[in-house]
Ligand binder design. Sequence first.
Ligand SMILES: N[C@@H](CCC(=O)N[C@@H](CS)C(=O)NCC(=O)O)C(=O)O
Length: 202
Amino acid sequence: MKLYYMPGACPLATHIVLEWIGQPYETEAVPRDKLKQPEFLALNPVGSVPVFTDGDLVLTQSAAILEYLAEKYPEANLMPDTLAGRAETRRWLGFVNADLHKAFGVVFGKASFVNEASCQEQLAEGGKAKAAQLFAIIDKQLEGKQWVTGARSVVDPYLYTVTRWAHAVKMDLSGFPSLLAFFERMNADPGVQAALKAEGLQ
Ligand SMILES: N[C@@H](CCC(=O)N[C@@H](CS)C(=O)NCC(=O)O)C(=O)O
């Protein structure tokens, strides 16, 4: 198994899951300027990370990769074995991947949406405001829980990764105590620490 990543970007979620699973894997950091070059586009025509390979399988899209790993290694218990439990896990995976991550896509990718600096700033502020609304929802979901769905799953490393971005852009998360407690627990997790270290982030 091999994960192509950029340090601290969304593949960090898969990187943590690979650590939790504990099977051999390799990683390759992809410099940003290589993302849109033919060699990498042959792996992912979108020109983004993560790209994950397992033998002949070349997989993109974080949600698909995370579900693949959870299904391939059921002993890691990262996806429940009941229909309702899996649906609930996918619900929160979709929330983080398609809603929260998307809000940060506007913050980090503002220059690819509009040219004018003042519009870019407005767009970034809009993205942060949307992210804050979504963090409020997941903070409530985390109340009294250690993990987003109640049991450790593929959702948790993704939420951790996105919360790192919120800290990086200096969002005020003090109104979200359950999210902050979750973030601190994840920071202390050995698998998280190993992935951060491997990506040169600590
Ligand atoms: N929908 C994709 C989004 C992937 C994505 O946005 N990747 C970002 C890093 S978090 C990236 O590679 N951005 C560089 C670019 O698009 O040029 C997923 O869920 O994996």
